[in-house]
Design a protein around this ligand. Sequence first.
Ligand code: PHE
Ligand code: ZN
Length: 880
Amino acid sequence: MNQSATEQPSVIYLKDYEVPAFRVEQTELRFELEEEQTLVRSQVRYVRNPDSANRQHPLVLDGHEALELQRLSIDGEVLSDKDYRRSGEQLLIPNLPDHFTLECITRIEPQNNTALEGLYKSDGMFCTQCEAEGFRRITFYQDRPDVMALFESTIVADKQRYPVLLSNGNMVDAGEEDDGRHWVKWQDPFPKPAYLFALVGGDLQFIEDRYTTSSGRHVVLKIFAEAKDLDKLEYAMNSLKHSMRWDEQVYGREYDLDIFMIVAVDFFNMGAMENKGLNIFNTSCVLAHPETTVDAGFQRVEGVVAHEYFHNWSGNRVTCRDWFQLSLKEGFTVFRDSQFSADMNSATVKRIEDVTLLRTAQFAEDAGPMAHPVRPASFIEISNFYTLTVYEKGCEVVRMLHTLLGAQTFRKGSDLYFDRHDGQAVTTDDFVQAMADVSGRDMSRFKLWYSQSGTPQVSVTGEYDAQSQRYTLHMQQSCPATPDMATKQPFLIPVAVGLLDPGGEDIPLQGGETTEVLELIATEQSFVFENIPVEPIPSLLRGFSAPVKLKFPYSREQLVFLMQHDSDGFNRWDAAQQLAVGIMSELIADHQQGRELILDPALVDAYQQVLSDTELDRAMVAKVLTLPSEAYLSELAEVIDVDAIYRVRRFVRDSIANQLETLFLRVYQDNNTAEPYSPDAASVARRSLKNLALAYLMATEKQEYLQLALQQYRQADNMTDSQAALTLIVHSGFVQQASEVLDDFYQRWQNESLVVNQWLAVQASDPKEGALARVQALQQHPAYDGANPNKIRSLISIFCAQNMLNFHNTDGSGYRFLADQIIVLNKQNPQIASRLLTPLTRWKRYPQERSALMKAELERIRSSGDLSRDVFEVLSKSLV
Ligand code: PHE
Ligand code: ZN
């Protein structure tokens, strides 16, 4: 919905929550899908809610300007426009009995729905996206998660064009009409909120499998896609079966319907959606094939399939009372899928990847104008709150509960939670209460993690007293003000600690354990360890036990020591990160002062050691040798000096490459084995180390390594190796070869939409001068489609997020380009427009010249008029 210039969108507050005036017993839907229109008839049985404070309340139905109301009747009596009132997009019906059936017929135009919310068309097929508030674009309804109903849906459509008609639950009936149309009726036996409703109609193929649950229920599994993608569904099917087994074993959760379906769609605003029994997936999160999908893509498919499946319990059986509670289902489900991926692959590598994302992007969100708590207190547009804070920090909060309670008690807590709230719409307080009840712990301080925004900082120092053999850790915590909250109370921060002796062994702590979880609850607190025979080196925040920024005054020697000896794999990696960050931060200062850049040999030595150690896990070696990203260095910087960060990172990379060249070549050759492709953890690790070595070799800019990369590009039998080589060649200074491989790649893959997205992304992230012009030219390329979110993300988001130098060009061209895109998308697809805004909202973090240019573009968007709620909210918070 677009706002007129004068009318300000209203803010919705958690504190204003009221139970709905009516409950719904049953929702019957009938869809007539046609080319020019869709007619929707809903018949809803309402009952006045005895819990509602005011018995005089009208029935308040949410709607949308795209709905054309054709008929409203109550218990068969047609209403005239005097019987109800329109207020904004809502429809209010007063003077209602305690029980009645409301029939409503609306006309909508899915074929013109470019926002991709509600019922829309993706590549000729009908599909829905109702979370969070898309159902109101289908019919007038109490579109809120605490209204749960039994759904029955009948879909009517032309049989030739739309042979497959799907909805939630079980198919109960089907038939044909004389006019070439057919119909299918679906019934979902579980009550659900409207946001979990789904419908699909199209010419789809599927693969099928079977699964028997631990209690013996037989479930049919089907994954649907367009015919051309039928060969890319097997990996998702296996991931699904693994997820189903895992959820039984680890959480005691079984699947509850006779059929589980996944449908792949090309046009989708997000990753995937957990609609009851009928998950709808962005093709990018379900299709996988060795020839077209990179390793990270396989892992994403596995993780997202699991995530959506796990929602069947954490989200669907137990859902959210209101959208402020979004993290109730998302934080918990992300935690569940991260545990699953850790179990399927390498736990340490998964942890490193998750923490990297959190520290780079969620910490930046906390430090920006949109900062909000895991459970926000207010919003204008809920779509803006599907954030890293709600998902990733929300996951960290659940992980802390797991750490504090231990796996067994946590499981008791989750059992109690599912048991107590099955079929209900509840709050994050209810979740924590279940954990409090099984552990007997008071969780009131812990709950501040849900209500306070910002990234806490913890400063730690150590003190050793040889006489008394005592080691003391002194800790201080604070949390910076955020735009939504000036002061914060101290958090309960679990700090997992180990102490290393000078030989690198863990010193046994209380009870013989080598890791102890300290609970920091005060602003300042000291923790004493007794019987410590020598001065230890502390290993702090093991496994990243809390989402905080922790500082300890380690020397570089100590960091190298931890890299080599820490028994906690995550902290070994983190020591390497801290070493690199320390060295690079100093170099950034040198660059700013115009001093010559000299790389501390400690880093090269440490990397050399890691590379030479053939005992080490390859995945870990690759992670350790990956320099902190430009985005992470930006997040850490007080003021973001784009040029200094870029130059220094290049300088460090090139220096390491030149000094360790022979070693990298050996590592490349050792790992360049010709076994058939498999996405298992060991093979992924081998490819990631090999391609990391190739990246360093290419940094030397030597002809011979170009030849190596070209050879890999030509000979690769899998997309991981071919894309790695492609990226290195395209981003190198060998422009002739770059343009040749780009052409070759496109010729070969032009009919694979997801591969074409990679082709776009490689060019969008090319740091060489002139990238913006190339991006603009690509917008005109037949491969590009400005209505498809995946294309927009591959070209525009990647350019703005991963092409630092070009996006932040001091002539302001990158900012102007992005603003132009947002102005168009604001009308076309507000959710995507609003997400694209993110890089500009960080304007205050940049030096004056750039920051003024960025701000001016935000203002230009604001004055372009007719802003969607999505864009309005982000702009109004960014421009204060
Ligand atoms: N609920 C989805 C998930 O996290 C995400 C989503 C939100 C998808 C809104 C579409 C729209 O699994
Ligand atoms: Zn989710």
